[in-house]
Design a protein around this ligand. Structure first.
Ligand code: SF4
Length: 347
């Protein structure tokens, strides 16, 4: 009896990776999933915090995809190693700080290491030629296969017929006739295939699978790097960039303003690390101050905090100030008028 081939599928939580894994499973291959946690993933985080996203299911879509497929999912933390991909991408960035091509090479390479250790035969991705401007182009597909070291062990079932045959096709583990030739940005072929497989409730990613494709997020990350004078970050830094309104009124500090109850609760977890303030005379946000802060900065931040509170039109608002390691005190301030907040303060 011929051996049952084993493949690992990169599962992002989106439709394409779900379909790619399923297409291969249809051919009798044993498939397991792998999901890489970079810290920038959109999955579950802000959806769980923000009210406006409440209609979206609070689930980890990668786990959900694996459940739909009935396969085992390996979630691998790559936060530390991934920093070099974000900070020094050999192939550069996309339209924002998204290093998609280096990211794909890195992830396929990690999957290649994984199949070597776990004695699997090949790797599956949901890539489609022409779908994404940076990493999913006809000329970059071979670069990913080559630079990741996966070579012919990398199969893209959704567009395989547009690419040279891979090892599993040559070995007869996969029948090329039952792979696909999707091409371009249209989602219609994927939606039709999803219907054929009976998948209805799949994730519809807008823009990309991570925050690095987001313009505003990239502005905040660039600001973090330029004010620190070096390109580095830790997990808390990149989590905080996902939450709140960020304003930089002075080069030496910025404020992070909770926009709603969920965000205030999330920011509370960071109170010990930051000077923070909260209105006590009126309902209002928790505000974190990030940077080297002078007494004059405290006054300005308190007036901004008052501006974002329910007391924005009041004559004075009382703000509780909590310096790091010092005694809490209160300030009575005049809310900063909206027309005195330059647009350039908003990150
Ligand atoms: S969108 Fe983010 S996770 Fe997806 S390939 Fe680009 S950099 Fe990587």
């Amino acid at each position: 009896m011929p051996k049952q081939a084993k493949a690992v599928a990169l599962i992002s939580g989106g439709l394409d990776s779900l379909l790619a894994a399923r297409v291969v499973m249809e051919q009798g291959v044993h498939v397991e999933g792998i999901n890489f946690f970079t810290g920038f993933c959109v999955e579950g985080h802000t959806h769980a915090i923000r009210k406006k996203d409440r209609k979206r299911p609070k689930r980890n879509n990668a786990l959900w995809s694996a459940e739909q497929l009935g396969i085992k999912l390996h979630i691998v933390d790559i936060i530390e190693e991934y920093k070099d991909v974000v900070i020094n991408p050999k192939h550069g960035y996309g339209s924002n700080l998204n290093p998609c091509l280096d990211c794909k090479i890195f992830m396929v390479n990690k999957a290649r290491e994984w199949i070597d250790v776990n004695d699997f035969d090949f790797i599956i991705t949901g890539e489609v030629i022409g779908q994404r401007p940076m990493s999913q182009r006809k000329d970059t597909m071979p670069v990913i296969a080559r630079d990741s070291g996966a070579g012919e062990r990398l199969v893209r079932p959704l567009c395989a017929k547009n690419l040279p045959p891979t090892l599993p096709e040559i070995e007869g583990w996969l029948d090329r006739d039952h792979l696909y030739a999707f091409n371009g940005r249209s989602r219609k072929p994927q939606m039709a295939l999803a219907k054929q497989f009976g998948f209805e409730d799949y994730a519809q990613p807008a823009g990309g699978c991570c925050f690095l494709t987001d313009k505003q997020y990239s502005v905040k990350l660039s600001d973090l790097w330029s004010t620190r004078g070096k390109r580095e970050y830790d997990l808390d830094d990149i989590m905080l960039l996902k939450v709140g309104r960020h304003l930089r009124p002075r080069p030496n500090f910025k404020i992070i303003v909770g926009r709603e109850e969920g965000e205030n609760r999330f920011l509370e977890g960071y109170r010990k690390r930051f000077v923070h303030m909260i209105p006590t005379s009126h309902t209002g946000p928790l505000v974190l101050l990030d940077g080297e802060i002078s007494a004059a900065d405290i006054e300005l931040a308190a007036r901004l905090t008052a501006r974002f509170s329910q007391g924005r039109d009041a004559e004075r608002v009382t703000i509780e100030v909590n310096p790091k390691g010092n005694d809490t005190h209160s300030l009575d301030v005049v809310p900063l008028p909206t027309d005195e907040i330059p647009a350039g303060w908003y990150l």
